[in-house]
Design a protein around this ligand. Structure first.
Ligand SMILES: [Fe+2]
Ligand SMILES: [Fe+2]
Length: 247
């Protein structure tokens, strides 16, 4: 089921958007953002009913959604949403995926997180390949204003909030040109991969906290090991990325 959902999304993007880079990013960011909305919807419901109250997880998933919103705004600023057909594909896909992930998250939360781990890995490789193929031209192009505001000038609390595996310092990407923007977006996707891995660990409900939680205990070694093991192969293929080893 999870593999089918991921394969369908990848096939859609590879078939219809192979040559249309910014519309591809627009469709990917629209649909790939929806699962975080699905998680927060269900957690909000649980909280309202008094079944399970865990504000940290709501905060983290909302910050992830906020981060993906800015990836979406960056793709829009580059013309990704110019055509109605692309907007229709993205919005229809988002609607369908939202309800599917709500159902999966209620019945099997770990499967819903595994789905998103695979989607985020796909997003990471999409941006990494783009940087490998177009890196030099991107360095000559300006960064969109929305990227400068989000990564450098805005309220950085939300940018920090989804960096759940950085206990001592948060990423502060430099944003001087379009190449820097896509390096930052690609590295964001790896942060999401790490968080999705952490959320799937058996003891995560007790041990996984917001990076802003006061006196937050260090991430348990078992979770750190799982993240390191699964992200090493991904990062090895990168052009340039932050070290994935946990400190
Ligand atoms: Fe994204
Ligand atoms: Fe993503």
């Amino acid at each position: 089921m999870i593999r089918i959902l991921v394969n369908f999304l990848e096939a859609l993007l590879n078939t219809f958007y192979r040559q249309r880079i910014y519309p591809r990013f627009f469709v990917l960011e629209t649909i790939a953002r929806v699962p975080y909305f699905a998680y927060t919807s269900v957690l909000h419901l649980y909280e309202t009913m008094g079944w399970w109250r865990k504000s940290d997880w709501l905060k983290i998933h909302f910050a992830e959604s906020w981060n993906e919103l800015h990836h979406l705004l960056i793709s829009e600023s580059l013309g990704g949403s110019r055509y109605a057909i692309d907007r229709f594909v993205a919005h229809a896909g988002a609607f369908v995926y939202y309800w599917i992930i709500v159902g999966v998250y209620i019945m099997a939360p770990r499967s819903a997180y595994h789905f998103m781990q695979l989607v985020e890995e796909h997003a990471y490789h999409t941006y990494d390949t783009f940087l490998k193929e177009h890196g030099e031209e991107l360095k000559k192009l300006p960064a969109p204003d929305i990227a400068v505001k989000y990564y450098r000038e805005g309220d950085l609390y939300m940018f920090e909030e989804f960096q759940t595996t950085h206990p001592t310092e948060f990423r502060r990407p430099k944003i001087e040109n379009l190449h820097d923007v896509f390096v930052a977006v690609r590295d964001d996707e790896l942060e999401h991969v790490k968080t999705m891995i952490a959320c799937q660990q058996p003891d995560a409900q007790e041990t996984f906290h917001s990076p802003h939680t006061a006196n937050r205990p260090a991430i348990p070694q078992s979770i750190a090991d799982a993240i390191n093991e699964q992200t090493t192969a991904i990062a090895r293929e990168a052009v340039e990325t932050e070290p994935v080893e946990m400190t």
